[in-house]
Write a protein of this length. Sequence first.
Length: 374
Amino acid sequence: MNDDILNAAEARLGLSRRSLLQFCAAMAATMGLPKGADAAMAGAIASGKRPPVIWMHFLECTGCTESMLRSEHPALDKLILDIISLDYHETLFAGAGHQAEAARKAAMAANKGKYLLVIEGAVSTKDNGIYCKVGGETSLALLKETVADAAAVIALGSCAAWGGVPSSAPNPTGAVGVAELITDKPIVNIPGCPPIPYNFLSTVVHYLTFGKLPDLDDKGRPKFAFSRTIHENCERRPHFDAGRFAQEFGDEGHRKGYCLYKLGCKGPETFANCPAVLFNDIGGGSWPVGVGHPCIGCTEKGIGFNKPIHSLADPLYITPPESYPRIIEEQGQGVTLGSAATVAVIGGLAVGAGIKVASNLGKNRPNDPSHGQE
Ligand code: FSX
Ligand code: SF4
Ligand code: F3S
């Protein structure tokens, strides 16, 4: 790559060229992009072309923005702010009131058809959307107005992607995700409550480099981040396979780091890259299951914030491991069945997983032959 470009990037981003190239190589690998994509990304970032972004908040907690700002993986917050031109953001804006509203309108007019619209939060639809208003306008009206001249939409966080917390039953405000309302623009859903900042950053860099959104799954999520279940990459998975479960919070199994399935972990039915990418880079990164809390399935519509936290997951597919680890008798799971994974599931049945678990044994994810390779 051109040295001048890299030198300019070094000065602008405060990142050494080595860090920038490493960062792009890691991002290209994470997204499964072909050889050369890392150099293209580095070139795009270094070029200083920053896509304009208008970022709006509706029904939500602002955790998505907070999570992004607390990432330190090579100066992630700095990179985001240097890769995009953040022309409007209700949390980070110094201005307020009419001044902020004017800034949104000015950003829309100056970048007609070119800006990325980031929506954080669900949209209230009940009673014409009166349960969420910003500057006197409903989120429903603001969304429609602001999306009209957007190039593409990023629905950031579970609330914007599919309704999230505000849409939990009985959903008094009629909260829905953006894609239920907008059908004439490219939309990418990046769920997670909060989402992994890297999934947002990678999506933006992909857009910046290739001028389009990354490949999406059948729920509009980037395939690079949502094509594997939590369960496939979980560090507690050997315990699941061996039939070692925490039975209660704080018991010996919990303290020893055993599998959290019986405490309601939804990892076996939730697609996300949390165990691979982690949150909070300071201190090496972490994620819910890593600190002893079951995954609640926050990236999956119908599971996160809807299925009770303590109820058992319906594993999407369980295939016995190729080698059979020794079954730990102290767990009382029995030793007569050939597969430890099967034993683990039967253990789940004993506390109420129900017949659905059994019926999912060996089942592949519909429409995706790459799944089921556990
Ligand atoms: Fe929702 Fe984001 Fe959860 Fe919070 O804004 S995805 S409630 S972390 O903040 O939208
Ligand atoms: Fe990890 Fe949860 Fe799967 Fe257990 S059930 S291995 S804790 S993802
Ligand atoms: Fe959400 Fe589960 Fe990841 S709760 S943050 S998908 S570990």
